[in-house]
Design a protein around this ligand. Structure first.
Ligand code: SF4
Ligand code: SF4
Length: 310
């Protein structure tokens, strides 16, 4: 079980006492960038229930090494956690199983919030990302949630990797057209972990992705759709720093990096940078592939950055 995290709930309020419950143990996709691949075993229910009772936590995120809806025990977990006092459920999902309207209806009834991993808005890029032909099922799952009035409960989680970064503006167009009422879009730069295996064929350079990220963020901003970008150093977001997830955490007084996330690597540029307290920095696993030549120390103070809608 991962430690507590601070998250935003479907209604827009912040929940600061959420327990991440890694109950998933298998998956119905095989993403090329999967950072936490399924191992065939998930958290032990009795231990989680005991921990929930001990801590009195009222909100949990159902997630894990895999897809929570791919196992047969999702509703058993919900029942056990409810009996232990949990009131708010967040579900991390790829939405494929939610293409079944009946299952979607049942899941929507219990989940207050959905983090939906969608790496593409087109079939071919989705195939490259997930090594599956389930693009239409994922879209159907999202459409089912929308039809149930749950669009505002959706956070679209879009991992930026080699095969999709040029399509980020198109992804923003897709969101604007299909899901303008969602909670927010969470772009996250791929981490070199799990299946990524030090591959420059999966991890682009920050500087390659930067212009496309900025166009996508600008498009969403113009339509007043909330968006954040995670795991990108502030020096690669010039003019768009207010969209940084870590900067938003710094503003709230939270730890910059979420619990369980590897820390930033030490390097000379960051050592003399005024933005360092509010920046995710570059991780050691990124530097291993691309080095640190893209990092630019700044004299700008984090207090001078204007936060974007979040
Ligand atoms: S990234 Fe998520 S959806 Fe993709 S294989 Fe890993 S657990 Fe499954
Ligand atoms: S130089 Fe380092 S601390 Fe400064 S913005 Fe870049 S990554 Fe962040």
């Amino acid at each position: 079980m991962r430690p507590k995290a601070t998250v935003k709930a479907g209604g827009g309020e912040w929940i600061s006492e959420q327990l991440c419950v890694p109950m998933a143990r298998t998956c119905n996709l095989y993403c090329v960038y999967c950072q936490n691949p399924p191992k065939g075993r998930g958290a032990k229910m009795d231990r989680v229930v005991a921990a929930v009772k001990r801590s009195g936590v009222k909100a949990v995120s159902l997630e894990g090494s895999g897809e929570p809806t791919a196992g047969a025990d999702l509703f058993r977990w919900v029942r056990a956690l409810k009996a232990a006092g949990v009131r708010n459920f967040m579900l991390s999902t790829n939405a494929v199983a939610l293409s079944d309207p009946e299952l979607c209806r049942k899941v929507e009834k219990v989940a207050d919030y959905f983090t939906v991993n969608l790496p593409a808005a087109d079939r071919e890029t989705y195939r490259k990302a997930t090594r599956s032909v389930k693009f239409d099922l994922a879209l159907k799952g999202l459409a089912n949630l929308k039809a149930l009035g749950a669009e505002k409960k959706i956070r679209l989680f879009h991992i930026i990797f080699r095969e999709n970064y040029r399509r980020l503006p198109g992804f923003a167009d897709f969101v604007i057209k299909e899901f303008p009422g969602l909670a927010f879009v969470n772009f996250t730069f791929v981490r070199n972990a799990g299946r990524v295996g030090d591959s420059a064929g999966i991890v682009p350079r920050y500087s390659e992705a930067e212009p496309y990220i900025k166009v996508a963020l600008a498009k969403l901003k113009l339509k007043r759709i909330k968006a954040v970008v995670q795991n990108i150093p502030l020096c690669r977001l010039g003019g768009f720093e207010g969209f940084s997830f870590e900067f938003q955490r710094w503003r709230r007084g939270d730890r910059i990096l979420e619990a369980g996330i590897a820390g930033k690597a030490k390097n000379a540029a960051c050592g003399r940078c005024a933005l360092a307290p509010a920046c995710c920095g570059a991780r050691r696993d990124y530097l291993k592939i691309h080095g640190n030549k893209e990092l630019r120390a700044s004299a700008k103070k984090p207090e001078s950055i204007r936060p974007e809608l979040f």
